[in-house]
Design a protein around this ligand. Sequence first.
Ligand code: BGC
Length: 774
Amino acid sequence: MTQQHPSSPPSPAAGLPLAEKASLTSGAGDFVTQGSEAAGAPAVSMSDGPHGLRLPKESGDGGQVDLHSAAPATCFPPAVALGSSWNPELAEEVAGAIAAEAAEHGVGVVLGPGINIKRSPLCGRNFEYFSEDPLVSSELGGAMVRGLQNAGVGAALKHYAANNQETDRMRVSADIDERPLREIYLRAFERIVRRDRPWSVMASYNGVNGVPVSEHTRLLTDILRGEWGFDGIVMSDWGAVRDRVAALRAGLDLQMPGTGGRTDREVVAAVESGALDEAVLDRAVDRLVAFARRTAVPVRPTGSAGADDRHRLAGRAADQCVVLLRNEPALLPLDPAAGSVAVIGELARTPRFQGAGSSQVTPTRLDVPLAGLRELATGAEVRFAAGYALPGADEGEGDKERADEAVRLAAESDTAVLFLGLPAQDESEGFDRDHIELPTAQTELLDRVLAVNPRVVVVLSNGGVVRTAPWQDRVPALVEGWLLGQAGGGALARVLFGAVNPSGKLAETVPLRLEDAPSHLSFPGEEGRARYGEGVFVGYRGYDARRCEVAFPFGHGLSYTTYGYRDLRVAENEDGTGFRVRLTVTNTGSVAGREIVQVYSGGPAGSRVLRPVRELRAFASVFLEPGESREVAVEVARHDLAYYSERVGGWRVEGGTYRVEAGASSRDIRATAEVDVTGDPSGLRLTGRNTLAEWLGHPVGGPLLAERFARARAGTDREGQGAPADPVMRRFLADVPLDVICEFPQSPVPPGTVAELSAEVEARTAAGRERQEV
Ligand code: BGC
């Protein structure tokens, strides 16, 4: 039994029989937990998630769900699109609307958001994730957690952790060094858990460094709860648990879905045999009871007005997700009042608006781009030709006729708008892609259309990036429409006709070739292991470090107006917790628009570890009328400048000069400033095994050793504070441990002094007497 502190409230587990406690730690059905009247814990209904609800049909079947016939719910833009909005307020509003819809249906927990990092363009589930960057992922994902939970519906932050591929996802081990694990793969989870306090976290299918995540004590307990202070429940991904007792012990509170009592009996037997400490079970039960009480929201129907409002919100959200990749010469926006437009591509009539798998929503209605264009055209003539068939067979019956008709239409029209994209079967939860090409029938059609009419706009529909390099320079206008949810058709029409000024920016890099992707050689791994060999150099961090040209860089996105950046200033906060970065942005064009300002940092020079050229530290949206200027201010936390030191076993801010950059994309830096940062005191305990360079670089040990050298050589060496004058010798000795140097016959530091020096460093550090001068 759990030990009760005299003043703490009674443990709900305390009064329950063992079998009931065990049953509470697994689901009662596919999407519902076990309730307990005795414990005051109602059963909790859950629903996927993340961009809308996958609602069970009203079947009274005790939570059994037919994945393919969910009842209608609003399909908001999936994360790939919402991520491109770079707009946390919007994400929070969307999540609030999902929560209201959930509450109408008695759903207490929405299974999302998914915040895994897009490690490779090939991941079949990239459409469900926000970005290749942890800051974008945490700002958008955290906003969704707040939006859900502020409306009384629990979030399930998923998939914790390092679920970056679908290939072999239920067995593969993601083998990741501690630094990239902390800086890239856990970082968004850490930020959201600390700041937004999700009520639940979903443990992923995969393993990390050889241990299945469901049984990973270090991830589920030491880091999640111990370091980050998580106070919710950890649930398994569906069917992820292999060893229920080991999972409980590691910190997994809830197995989903239920197993009809089979694994509950294993838990009972383990407690009875003494193999499982009952206190472990009690802790999980107490958390589950608290969780059930938190999520017990009253049903709040909003009626059909709610559905209309949600559809409008889905459209408003989609407006901000569209990314204008290219507009040169400015072909867009099209004039709705005049001219003729050939709309080509089956995707204009049969849109793809979400990905496949557990997140698939049955939409309440569907806006079609072609209909949207026709609706907005006041005088322009809009004609349509399918051009290709979906699903995209290259040589099927009638393909030639379809393409010929489209080329004819393009030749007769002022402008051709080509809707291209990935067929639904190309990307889904459950498998990865093996290339990033568009179907050949579509690119061949594009070539033929360009041959008869150069005024071509390409609109893309895709959940993962596609290769644009072979043709992007021949196409004046290119719009990335991602998968935009049920109201995306209207949004695309509004952008094309200029009713909406596009403002989305890429939250992931579009590479020239798949082979350029930093993870390419180790994705998806082999023989059950995926070795994350690129380390922290994921996405733009990797393209930049290798000076690799890209098709479109991270953060890129154009507008129908232009923006000027000036007066970048960086000031340290008085309390030393970070920096305030300010700059002035001006709308230098002729239409109103929203600019997403990105702030990156790089450095410091001479870092002990290899650091990315630049890393996103903050971003903000600013809405500007033509000619208007505004000051944008963002905070960069000092902690965010840290790297994770494996040697020290913690985060370290290195002292030195950092570059602070403000840009319109990661490769369109408009202003740069520098800021001097004082480093964290060294956490390194110096011993004889530390090299000369490490000793000399240590804030306390360095001056001390230099002093000894100088003293020993007084009068003979006026240079280099006692270090050898010969530069080659200096470099040679830099990597030699001090205890080896001490053994050299001419050593200024005799053997036996190292222990004394180490003790002196400890004492001075402890006393805070850090003398920088010699
Ligand atoms: C997916 C989760 C989802 C769960 C329930 C799993 O296969 O990985 O994201 O929430 O199923 O549908």
